[in-house]
Write a protein that binds this ligand. Structure first.
Ligand SMILES: Nc1ncnc2c1ncn2[C@@H]1O[C@H](COP(=O)(O)OP(=O)(O)O)[C@@H](O)[C@H]1O
Ligand SMILES: [Mg+2]
Length: 276
């Protein structure tokens, strides 16, 4: 794997729903192992963009590259098989199944009994693997507990554990902290840091700027279906980004150029949208 080639590169992505032009030529790249914050107001197009990347929607135009190779994801399974795992807001877990079953959901390791034709779920392997991924996340949950008995934070851990069990290279979290208490948000930040240590890239969508700034290496801001700014997290302040989210430009006093031309800000180069 070449660390200078983006893990994922989206170029010129358009998506329309009837008269609504939700994505208007989006360019975005995420490097291997990078934690990337995708920010923007409601209806900016963040979730739609991630659904294009995860095969839920097909783009009307534009390309998706993985490791520098153009790919299409006609189904969510095809994106998942390529190592991209989406953690949905509701975590998409089955309440009446236990933690093990949820981590594997239809992909359980099987073993043969009585010759080549009869296979059963290998419960020992499933349990071992469940323990392994939860340990990787430093989370203690009994693998045999039914999911309806878990807290919000634990449910999220199970969803992330599922990604680890299947060797995800990119985990996408769409508004992961919406239903979590402050302590759970801290845990999520810890888990995100752990994914980074494991070399797994993360795209985190949030409207909480403090969270984005706590975890992200880079951030991009979407507005009305376009990326209007992308930065190394250390190169901008929360205040500047908040202004960009609501007005589509950096605050005037920082000298942001209405034409979006490149300029220096706090000693760092700000790249306007469409520049890379
Ligand atoms: N399935 C759909 N049908 C029609 N319009 C949609 C659909 N999905 C998203 N949209 C529209 O696309 C725009 C972007 O939505 P979305 O991607 O959910 O934004 P965000 O996640 O940034 O809040 C919104 O105007 C939304 O109403
Ligand atoms: Mg959304």
């Amino acid at each position: 794997m070449d660390p200078t080639i983006p893990l994922v590169k989206l170029t010129g992505i358009h998506k329309r729903f009837g008269a609504v032009h939700s994505l208007r030529g989006v360019d975005l790249d995420v490097m291997p192992g990078e934690t990337f914050g995708l920010l923007g107001d409601n209806a900016a197009g963040k979730s739609t963009l991630m659904k294009v990347l995860t095969g839920v929607y097909q783009p009307d135009a534009g390309t998706i590259e993985l490791d520098g190779v153009e790919r299409t994801f006609p189904t969510p399974a095809s994106s998942r098989n390529a190592g991209i795992e989406m953690i949905y807001q509701d975590f998409a877990l089955s309440d009446n199944l236990d933690v093990r079953a949820n981590i594997f959901l239809g992909r359980e390791p099987r073993r043969r009994i009585l010759g080549p034709f009869l296979q059963v779920v290998d419960t020992k392997a499933t349990e071992r693997e469940t323990k392994r991924v939860l340990e990787m996340l430093d989370i203690e949950i009994n693998p045999r507990l039914k999911v309806h008995r878990l807290s919000g934070g634990q449910r999220q851990a199970v969803a992330i554990g599922r990604a680890l069990a299947f060797d995800a290279r990119l985990v996408i979290m769409d508004e992961p902290t919406a239903n979590l208490s402050v302590a759970k948000v801290d845990k999520l930040i810890e888990v995100t840091a752990r994914l980074k240590k494991l070399g797994i890239a993360v795209i985190i969508i949030t409207h909480r700027l403090d969270e984005a700034f706590a975890v992200a290496d880079r951030i991009a801001v979407m507005r009305q279906g376009s990326v209007v700014g992308r930065f190394a997290a250390g190169d901008v302040t929360e205040t500047q980004v908040a202004h960009l989210i609501s007005h589509g430009a950096l605050p005037e006093q920082d000298g942001a150029q209405p034409d979006g031309s490149k300029r220096r800000l706090f000693g760092s180069t700000i790249q306007p949208a469409g520049d890379r």
